[in-house]
Design a protein around this ligand. Structure first.
Ligand SMILES: Nc1ncnc2c1ncn2[C@@H]1O[C@H](COP(=O)(O)OP(=O)(O)O)[C@@H](O)[C@H]1O
Ligand SMILES: [Mg+2]
Length: 612
């Protein structure tokens, strides 16, 4: 049994995820106008509900401010004066404010949740839509787990800020400002004495915020590492088990997992230190009010009601400060998350349609590569000055050693990547000048690694045209010689395909992908090693199917087995990113070149296969 391990499976030391994800975190700014403006736009459609939530917030803040003041009125006005009727009125009023606070807060929370969840959904939808049009080059270079973390975690911290954060900011600022004003107006002297603890408070908050910023950023990057590691290891479970690397993988995961735990505990410890110290300062302020206020009352310079009201205000004073300092963390998380989400949203689809791009007219089928050079990411060239003309209806085979650049040529014809130099023309139209959709709709691709979605077999075949009736699906499957094996499956066409198509053999997956291409009925068909994973008997079936499928279409057939390309109108031998030989089978065999070498080596292989 042999496995080929892709680039993702090899050469990674323990704890790799930490490094990869750790570097991803940008230095957190607490405010970035660009980010805020971009995301505020998501609130715009819900402005009425947001306005209502703000209104309720303001009313709630005012009511919260009122009750200590009512306390003062009750004590100084009615208790001392023995006014029972007045006291009843005040008590009712106070109960009224409590009910009011409750109702406004319930309404506000409901509205915020309503808006918040909608913003979340819209933002995720936008992100997903953008991910779908990003060039494959983007997905080549971005770890799946990280992209998932953007769509799930980052979006949710942005939403925390947009919905809860903004309202907290406003209500806390109002409450804080209101308390200060009310205190100053009741007794400037006692107010100033009470505020003497403020510098300590601000210092503690400032120190905390600075530490917390680092700590919370750590936890976020570490949880992304856990998610990333998990995603990768689960996808690679087969390889892990085959190489009996469960122990090593477990260790690696444990390391990432523990790092996350430690970062979280460190962040929480900060809160554990900070919150009691804020409480302590609160008690200190209460003591100061009691002592200084009490003395002032004893001297007859202040009423008892004012001191009691002060005591009540002091307890309300510190909660907004705490919340605001936590908001600072939320703000930073949201800015960092926002920058990363914008990073995706602003990644221009590298393969972008020109503004003036028109629709590709119905394709006749001429394909031309004109002096095409190509590199995947501005690094080494993988294709050098490739020239190729395929007339409508012709079948051209690309053969050559692994890594020669065959798939890359196919990728450029399907316009998954942009050529670095030269041009790809279809019916003499530069593919650059037409929309990708109109182009791809007329092209079919059977990729090298046949991909199936979860869903039924039938749904996978009609993936490109979901409304196709089952009769046509079956017809396509028959053409692709897949009908027999499909009907032999437990539920026939309704058999559910497990994630990644694991309940089918690779050959069966390839057959389904061929049926999918048949159904799409494209003018140009690209088959990338579509028969590489089937046995020789199935291959004969597929050959038979392909003959029917290719009739009248332009086809680019990349083949591993040279027996499959014998009948091609032309064979191009690709090596080192260049087309080094071209001609028909017999011509190439007569030449003493690479084709002949490949052919003879394979012929030997086949003979040994037969003899064994
Ligand atoms: N997505 C990619 N990003 C970067 N390099 C790639 C990518 N795909 C292929 N390559 C490189 O391009 C070269 C040609 O690969 P490819 O066209 O897949 O070869 P073939 O299909 O002939 O086996 C190889 O050197 C390979 O490493
Ligand atoms: Mg290939």
């Amino acid at each position: 049994m042999t496995f080929s391990i892709g680039a993702t499976g090899s050469g990674m030391g323990p704890g790799h995820a930490l490094e990869r994800f750790g570097s991803d975190e940008v230095e957190g700014r607490a405010f970035n106008a660009h980010v805020v403006v971009r995301f505020l736009a998501y609130l715009r459609p819900h402005w009425q509900r947001m306005a209502a939530a703000f209104l309720l917030t303001i009313i709630g803040a005012a009511l919260a401010l009122a009750s200590p003041y009512l306390l003062k009125v009750a004590i100084d006005g009615y208790i001392t004066g023995g006014d029972a009727a007045g006291l009843t009125r005040i008590a009712l009023l106070m109960a009224g404010t409590f009910v009011g606070v409750y109702l406004t807060s319930a309404g506000q929370q409901y509205l915020l949740a309503w808006v918040g969840q909608r913003v979340l959904t819209t933002l995720r939808a936008h992100l997903f839509r953008h991910l779908q049009i990003l060039p494959l080059g983007y997905h080549d270079t971005h770890i799946v787990g990280v992209t998932i973390s953007r769509v799930i975690n980052d979006v949710s911290v942005i939403n925390d800020l947009l919905s809860q954060g903004l309202v907290t900011l406003i209500s806390d600022t109002l409450v804080l400002g209101g308390i200060i004003v009310v205190m100053l107006s009741m007794s400037p002297r006692l107010a100033l004495v009470t505020f003497s603890v403020l510098p300590l408070m601000l210092l503690a908050t400032f120190l905390f915020a600075r530490q917390a910023r680092v700590a919370f950023r750590q936890t976020r990057s570490r949880i992304a590492a856990v998610v990333g590691d998990l995603a990768e290891d689960i996808s690679g479970m087969r390889v892990i088990q085959a190489f009996a690397q469960e122990g090593a993988t477990q260790e690696r995961f444990d390391k990432v997992n523990r790092a996350n735990r430690d970062a979280y505990i460190a962040a929480m410890s900060l809160s554990f230190v900070f919150l009691p110290s804020v409480e302590f300062l609160g008690m200190l302020a209460t003591g100061v009010v009691l002592w200084f206020g009490g003395l002032t009352v004893a001297r007859g310079e202040l009423t008892l009601g004012v001191v009691v009201a002060f005591l009540a205000y002091v307890t309300r004073f510190f909660q907004p400060i705490q919340e605001l300092s936590q908001l600072y963390t939320t703000l930073q998380a949201a800015m960092a998350g926002g920058e990363r989400v914008l990073g995706i949203l602003d990644t221009a689809p590298e393969v972008k349609d020109k503004p003036a791009a028109g629709e590709m007219p119905p394709i006749a089928g001429k394909v031309e590569l004109r002096h095409v050079s190509f590199s995947y990411r501005g690094d080494t060239r993988v294709l050098h000055d490739v020239n190729l003309v395929i007339e409508p209806g012709q079948t051209v085979a690309l053969v050559g050693p692994t890594g020669a650049g065959k798939t890359s040529i196919a990728n450029l014809i399907a316009r998954f990547y942009e050529v670095t130099e030269g041009a790809v023309l279809i019916d003499n139209v530069d593919v650059h000048d037409v929309t990708q959709r109109s182009l791809r709709r007329q092209m079919g691709l059977v990729p090298q690694d046949p991909f199936l979605f979860s869903g039924t077999v039938a749904d996978n075949i009609r993936f490109g045209r979901p409304d196709t009736p089952i009769a046509e699906v079956e017809e396509a499957a028959r053409l692709a010689n897949s009908h027999d094996f499909i009907t032999a499956l437990p539920d026939g066409y309704n058999t559910e395909i497990l994630e990644g198509g694991v309940n089918l053999s690779i050959g069966q997956r390839q057959l389904i992908c061929i049926a999918r291409a048949v159904l799409a009925d494209p003018r140009i068909l690209i088959l990338d090693e579509a028969t590489s994973s089937v046995d020789t008997m199935t291959e004969a079936l597929i050959q038979d199917a392909l003959r029917r499928l290719l009739a009248g279409r332009t086809a680019i057939v990349i083949a591993h087995r040279l027996s499959t390309v014998r009948n091609a109108d032309a064979i191009c031998v690709v090596n080192g990113g260049r087309i080094v030989e071209r001609g028909r089978h017999e011509e190439l065999l007569a030449r003493d070149g690479l084709y002949r070498e490949l052919y003879e080596r394979q012929f030997v292989d086949i003979k040994t296969e037969v003899n064994n």
